[in-house]
Ligand binder design. Structure first.
Ligand SMILES: Cc1cc2nc3c(=O)[nH]c(=O)nc-3n(C[C@H](O)[C@H](O)[C@H](O)COP(=O)(O)OP(=O)(O)OC[C@H]3O[C@@H](n4cnc5c(N)ncnc54)[C@H](O)[C@@H]3O)c2cc1C
Length: 506
């Protein structure tokens, strides 16, 4: 009978990090993955002579404060070796419509403020204030961490010393930018990244958004030279060197519990495998579906049902038979907006409200063979956007029409010819992500971070939430919301909590 200290289910970013942290601490760890390669979203696929990056546009380190855990620190501590290439430019943003514009906004705090002031004169002080607020948010989060949970916090300190943090944590970015007296144009430019979190600015949590923006600006967006698949392989190498075991093609088909409802193992390949602890990199909805319902606590089901599933994405991957210079492209990230107002972008999202185009060769010049380049179109997709009544025989037609619509629009906007250079094309929809990741509705971001279910509330109340004994959750659906860094940080955090419990014999 197989028996481990820890079983980690799913080898996405969160699962890989959790498994490696536990293995490095000397515990026996089994990592179970349904596919034949690691990474989840952080993977790659090949068409002809092109190896495509399926998910990563750009990384941010998630923290600008040395005392808060960041991806870089986690990599360094685990001994994972990877080269990161940093971008000079944050984004080029093209907004259509009567008040439209076309600006390039630089990375680094100085570069960002300078280019924002140039694009929306008079906003310098407001931009400075955003960074000041972010430093306060960092300090407040460190205070909360130091208090060791909600019971150790002093509400008076929180309100007096970190009042703006509390206000920002409970308000939308729209309200915050209005309170700063920002012009419509400065707001529009500031809100460019709203699609990375998925809420329109009228609902988007101000604290979460400013932290994300500041992290991208100050840390500069980066890409691993070996791309996301290389990152997955690099961390897997450390995991295996530490004695960790990974089983591919091994979907977990059942979670096992003892009579008290404590998790004791899983079933994979028809075999029961037992462990003292389980870390799930798969979303709680699926864990419940794979558990005998008598062991699923009502509170856990209620929590999952009360939350809003995170957004999905439609993507068009292109391998072109010309270089980016021949194509006439010179930007890494271009945000194309149907209207300068980010709330309108969200409302019109089904008709090109917002899409992003990345040219990987700008950051990684040898990402594709000499004389070629790759483009990657990203279109946010929310619950209900994908036609539920689409018939299987019409799926190809749907994907072709989607690709053509966005490619044509971008050609016209930039005055370039993409279509006659297409050597390889692949289109992914929420259906692709649902199938590959096994997430409900193809959610790539776990649950939406919004309203009562925002990141601050999740972190503050985590110990009060209903828990399954011996089981923890890491990844995009966990405490910190979406994205690579969040998946890594929660992977490490859940591993450390698991290790502490193992040490205490809990
Ligand atoms: C197109 C796209 C673009 C993105 N762009 C960015 C970006 O630019 N920057 C950024 O930071 N983030 C981006 N993201 C989001 C980011 O990729 C995810 O938030 C993050 O990688 C999620 O990691 P995770 O740990 O939750 O695992 P996932 O990637 O969800 O992996 C979960 C793993 O579990 C496995 N699994 C599922 N069910 C089972 C089972 N029953 N048994 C065993 N294994 C199972 C899956 O096969 C998978 O390997 C993007 C995502 C996509 C799809």
């Amino acid at each position: 009978m197989a028996n481990y200290d820890v079983i980690v289910v799913g080898a996405g970013n969160g699962g890989l990090c959790a498994a490696t942290t536990c293995a490095k601490a000397g515990y026996s760890v089994l990592l179970l993955e349904k596919h034949n390669l690691p990474g989840g979203c952080a993977t790659s696929f090949v068409r002809g002579r092109f190896e495509f990056e399926p998910s990563l546009h750009e990384l941010c380190d998630e923290s600008t404060n040395e005392r808060m855990r960041s991806m870089n620190q986690i990599y360094a501590d685990l001994g994972v070796k990877e080269t990161f290439l940093r971008e000079e430019m944050l984004y080029r943003v093209i907004a259509k419509g009567p008040n439209g514009y076309d600006h390039r906004i630089k990375a680094t705090k100085e570069g960002f403020i300078e280019s924002m002031e140039e694009a929306a004169p008079g906003c310098r002080q407001q931009m400075e204030t955003l960074f000041e607020l972010n430093y306060l948010f960092d300090a407040a989060q460190i205070y909360m961490d130091d208090c060791g949970g909600v019971s150790g916090m002093n509400p008076v300190t929180l309100l007096t010393k970190y009042g703006d943090f509390i206000r920002a944590a409970g308000n939308s970015i729209d309200k915050l930018l209005d309170a700063l007296g920002m012009s419509e144009k400065a707001k529009s430019l500031t809100n460019t990244y709203w699609g990375y979190l998925g809420d329109p600015p009228r609902d988007l949590n101000a604290m979460h958004f400013i932290s994300l923006l500041a992290a991208y600006v100050e840390g500069r967006p980066s890409m691993p030279y070996d791309r996301s698949h290389g990152m997955s392989l690099a961390i897997l190498k450390v995991f295996q060197e530490c004695g960790g075991e990974i089983w591919y093609n091994s979907p977990v088909t059942e979670f096992l519990y003892d009579d008290s409802g404590a998790a004791i193992g899983v079933v994979a390949n028809g075999e029961a495998i037992y462990s003292k602890k389980i870390i799930s990199n798969i979303i709680p909805n699926n864990v419940m579906n794979l558990s005998n319902s008598k062991f699923v606590k009502k509170a856990m089901r209620k929590l999952a049902n009360a939350r809003t599933l995170g957004m999905s994405i439609q993507t068009v991957y292109l391998g072109l038979d010309c270089s980016m210079e021949e194509l006439g492209v010179d930007d890494y990230s271009v945000f194309v907006m149907g209207d300068p107002d980010a709330n309108v972008q969200y409302d019109r999202r089904k008709d090109m409200g917002l899409y992003i185009v990345n040219c990987l060769n700008k950051t990684i010049p040898d990402a594709s063979p000499d004389g070629t380049c790759m483009l990657f179109f990203t279109i946010p997709s929310f619950d209900g956007d994908f036609p539920a009544d689409l018939k299987p025989q019409d799926y190809k037609k749907y994907k072709n029409a989607l690709a053509e619509k966005y490619i044509r629009d971008y050609e016209e906007l930039l005055g370039i010819d993409i279509r006659s250079h297409i050597e390889e094309i692949s289109v992914a929809t929420p259906v692709t992500f649902a199938r590959y990741l096994s997430t409900p509705n193809g959610s790539i971001y776990g649950y939406m971070s919004q309203g009562w279910d925002n990141v601050v509330n999740r972190v503050v109340f985590k110990d009060l939430e209903n828990k399954v004994k011996n089981m923890k959750f890491c990844g995009g659906h966990s405490l910190r919301g979406d994205g690579y860094p969040s998946a890594f940080i929660t992977g490490e955090q859940m591993a450390n909590e698991t290790i502490a419990e193992l040490k205490e014999g809990k």
